[in-house]
Design a protein around this ligand. Structure first.
Ligand code: HEC
Ligand code: HEC
Ligand code: HEC
Ligand code: HEC
Ligand code: HEC
Ligand code: HEC
Length: 507
């Protein structure tokens, strides 16, 4: 084999483009390895670090490597143009030449090294794009409300992807494809505020929630005790202690009752919603798996037209139709104030603080800094000597109230994204939003008069209620107590939904 030809190929590598490519790739690989080393030594989960290492650097490495053959091709073309022959595009490798063997070993070792780096890199890149840091912190403004609420929720140690992506390659690819658009939308500032819900294409609950929670294994009741404070000068306490009949069970066990049993295990419930937020539900269908009985319920006050029945999509009810806020919980002013007073983050002896706190939290503010300073000003003004000549008030408790109110605001209200409790309502109950009463309002009936129940005792049993010093208690765990409203509103609570007066602020 003529020696010049082999030399000819190697000499083709000596060109500016290949030099540039080689240098670029080498520098980027060194930085990449250095960053990998630093992050493995320093630990932690800095989203920007990952962004540079796994998203920004790799394309430059690939670009550098691609430039090498492009340079060879360019150089050969130039030489041919200038009338020089002999150069071949591909090397002719004669393994009998010792130098060739050395070249080949060097070549193979570097390819192997690069493949190793690529494998380790893409493994880390995969994990990096699945971290809560990547999802929650990188798009700081967009995801800030969800991230903040999530950090305070029972799911704070569950990764975003466990609910939003789940396991398996197809959902990974799907989520990354829509993620690319989201990154673009965030950078170009064209995303909707607030982000519309329910989010399209959220993975079915069977593949996310039910990987950790298994309703067939639930049973019985969940006790829930809530402390309320009234809107009077004394911030009078009022507690409600109830058993919520969550139920559950599997077809093999005797325990087959309650909310989860009826809704998920024994039956299939389908519904049609008129609005995107699924608050207006005029049609519900219930199919029993075992008996084959099918019931269609229509809202008699607002029935579905035949056209709507054909054109609107039917949804199969799942966990998220009740638990739509399992982790991104934006608390209402009323709820937040009850919680703060109950945990003594605020002094219940501060006169009227429940009403005043709810008032300042319900206000409209342009952005968070403005809200925080305005909240402070308003509270200090409400308790100054002119408005409140009561000298027994301790300034320290006003100061504490201001601090707590600011904290409540900062973790539950996001004016920049248009997010607060009444934008993302929670569907789990019926006291501040329609929730269960979207269907259980007593108006959804079959043609033969069967009704989706509005009976208070279908869902819970009240064990005790009232002021802590004069609590009404029962030992009758089956029937419980009849509900008593804290202030006299007559029989209004029997006919009107609680959510119609209670919207999260002062009723
Ligand atoms: C326990 C499961 C769970 C976890 C963990 C979780 N989410 Fe969600 N997320 C949901 C559900 C369910 C919805 C849909 C709410 C709806 O459709 O009304 C949602 C909705 C959202 C929305 C749409 C806006 C909104 O508030 O409804 C964003 C944005 C979001 N999640 C981001 C995140 C980020 C970022 C993380 C991690 C920091 C995360 N999520 C972790 C369950 C979860
Ligand atoms: C990766 C596992 C995991 C996934 C996925 C998951 N959860 Fe959870 N969930 C948990 C853990 C852990 C807790 C906290 C238990 C505790 O604090 O006692 C929890 C708590 C809850 C609670 C009780 C909250 C409370 O206030 O006591 C509800 C309700 C719930 N999850 C619903 C859901 C729903 C709905 C989904 C799907 C959108 C979901 N979970 C997905 C692990 C998970
Ligand atoms: C018809 C509405 C409804 C549906 C559908 C529903 N749940 Fe629930 N779930 C409730 C209610 C109501 C409670 C009790 C109130 C609470 O925890 O705030 C509850 C409680 C829970 C709890 C807490 C149990 C405990 O002992 O603390 C978990 C976990 C849970 N649900 C998971 C799920 C999962 C997973 C699904 C889907 C398979 C699901 N739920 C479907 C209404 C529902
Ligand atoms: C999309 C409509 C819809 C929503 C929302 C809904 N349900 Fe239901 N629920 C039904 C239907 C339909 C039935 C079956 C009625 C029947 O066959 O008598 C039912 C039955 C029940 C039953 C059994 C009642 C009985 O007579 O024994 C309970 C308990 C229940 N639901 C609890 C809840 C709770 C709690 C919520 C809110 C967290 C809720 N449901 C939200 C449609 C709904
Ligand atoms: C379809 C089921 C259902 C029906 C019917 C129902 N509730 Fe409820 N109710 C719930 C659920 C679920 C919760 C708990 C929500 C939560 O965990 O935050 C609740 C919460 C409550 C609370 C506690 C509120 C608090 O913040 O302490 C009271 C009081 C209450 N209901 C009264 C009633 C009365 C009175 C009726 C009858 C007029 C009634 N409910 C009918 C499901 C129902
Ligand atoms: C006709 C309007 C109306 C209806 C309907 C109504 N409430 Fe109220 N509720 C009020 C008013 C007004 C107050 C404020 C009382 C005060 O001055 O402290 C209040 C206060 C309360 C409080 C104490 C304050 C707090 O923490 O929220 C609770 C608890 C309560 N209501 C529960 C309910 C429940 C549960 C229902 C439904 C079964 C209901 N209410 C229906 C008007 C109503």
């Amino acid at each position: 084999m003529p020696q010049e030809e082999k030399k000819g190929f190697v000499s083709l590598l000596y060109n500016r483009i290949s030099y540039l490519g080689g240098m670029l790739a080498a520098i980027m690989i060194v930085i990449f390895l250095l960053l990998m080393f630093i992050s493995s030594v320093a630990g932690g989960e800095n989203p920007y670090f990952g962004l540079v290492t796994f998203i920004v650097l790799p394309p430059f490495i690939i670009l550098g490597l691609l430039l090498i053959p492009i340079g060879v091709w360019w150089e050969r073309r130039n030489r041919l143009r200038k009338g020089r022959k002999t150069e071949v595009l591909f090397p002719i490798i004669d393994l009998n030449v010792p130098k060739n063997r050395r070249y080949l070993i060097i070549f193979n070792v570097s390819v192997f090294g690069l493949l190793l780096i690529a494998a380790v890199g893409s493994y880390h890149a995969y994990h990096y794009t699945e971290t809560t840091g990547f999802c929650g912190k990188l798009c700081h403004e967009v995801m800030n409300p969800e991230y903040t609420a999530y950090e305070q929720s029972p799911h704070a140690r569950v990764g975003c992807v466990d609910c939003h992506v789940g396991s398996g390659a197809s959902f990974y690819v799907k989520s990354k494809l829509s993620g690319m658009y989201q990154v673009y939308a965030a950078l170009a500032n064209v995303y909707p505020k607030p982000i519309p819900t329910p989010i399209k294409n959220l993975r079915p609950a069977q593949e996310t929630c039910e990987q950790c929670h298994w309703p067939a294994a639930f049973f019985g009741e969940k006790q829930k005790m809530t402390s309320h404070y009234l809107y009077d000068k004394e911030n009078s306490p009022w507690t409600v202690n109830m058993l919520i009949k969550i139920g559950g069970g599997s077809p093999g066990t005797a325990q087959t009752t309650g909310i989860h049993w009826h809704m998920n295990i024994a039956n299939r419930v389908e519904y049609i919603a008129r609005d995107q937020r699924q608050q207006d539900i005029p049609w519900v269908k219930m199919s029993n798996f075992k008996t084959g009985v099918v019931n269609e319920f229509n809202d008699e006050t607002n029935p579905l037209t035949p056209g709507e029945l054909d054109s609107l999509p039917k949804h199969r009810m799942d966990c998220m139709d009740c638990h739509n806020r399992p982790t991104h919980v934006f608390r209402s002013p009323n709820y937040s104030m009850n919680l703060a007073l109950d945990t003594r983050m605020m002094d219940p002896k501060l006169p009227n603080i429940k009403a005043n706190g709810v008032k300042v939290l319900t206000g409209e503010y342009k952005n968070t800094p403005e809200a925080l300073s305005s909240i402070s000003q308003q509270i200090w003004a409400l308790y100054d000597e002119k408005n409140f000549p009561d000298t027994t008030i301790h300034p320290a408790s006003i100061e504490q109230a201001v601090k707590t109110l600011q904290e409540i605001y900062a973790t539950n209200f996001f004016p920049e994204m248009g997010v607060r409790w009444d934008v993302y309502t929670d569907d789990i109950g019926h006291t501040t939003s329609k929730g269960c009463h979207r269907c259980h309002d007593g108006n959804h009936k079959t043609t033969d008069g069967k009704t989706i129940t509005r009976e208070c005792s279908a869902c819970h049993t009240i064990l005790s209620q009232g002021r802590p010093d004069s609590l009404e208690i029962t030992a009758d765990l089956v029937n419980g107590l009849e509900f008593k409203h804290p202030v006299d509103i007559g029989d209004a609570w029997k006919e009107t939904g609680c959510f119609e007066c209670h919207t999260g602020g002062q009723p």
